[in-house]
Design a protein around this ligand. Structure first.
Ligand code: FES
Length: 123
């Protein structure tokens, strides 16, 4: 669809009438550039702040029984044969028992976690 536009009192066919002027004078740029920079920095800071509030920082348990409000295991001492090795890194696929996953975790993160080993006294 072809429209006409009036420029300097003359009708110019083929131009689309725009509701605003797109030309910026140097005076406009002196104001527009700082406003744009402040808006961009402000937007980034607000976004960063809101993301920080929504993320749960410091989670130890990232995957075990996440549908439960608390992960608890209980064992009777009589049920432990001679030795039981329990995971304390929360990375074991056999949780609550250690499967050695702490070794990979320590190598990747520089951490130093390890299992809890419970042995019978005479074992
Ligand atoms: S796998 Fe978690 S402490 Fe060994």
């Amino acid at each position: 669809m072809t429209q006409s536009c009036v420029v300097d009192g003359k009708t110019t066919p083929g131009l689309t009438a725009l509701p605003i002027s797109l030309s910026l004078s140097p005076e406009h740029l002196v104001v527009a550039v700082p406003v744009a920079v402040v808006a961009a920095v402000g937007g980034f800071l607000v976004s960063h702040y809101l993301n920080g509030r929504s993320c749960k920082k410091g989670l130890v348990n990232t995957c075990i029984s996440k549908d439960s409000p608390k992960v608890v295991h209980s064992f009777d001492m009589e049920d432990i044969a001679t030795k039981a090795v329990y995971c304390r890194c929360w990375k074991s696929k056999k949780f609550p028992f250690c499967d050695g996953a702490h070794t990979k975790h320590n190598e990747e993160t520089g951490d130093n976690v390890g299992p809890l080993i419970i042995k019978k006294k005479d074992a």
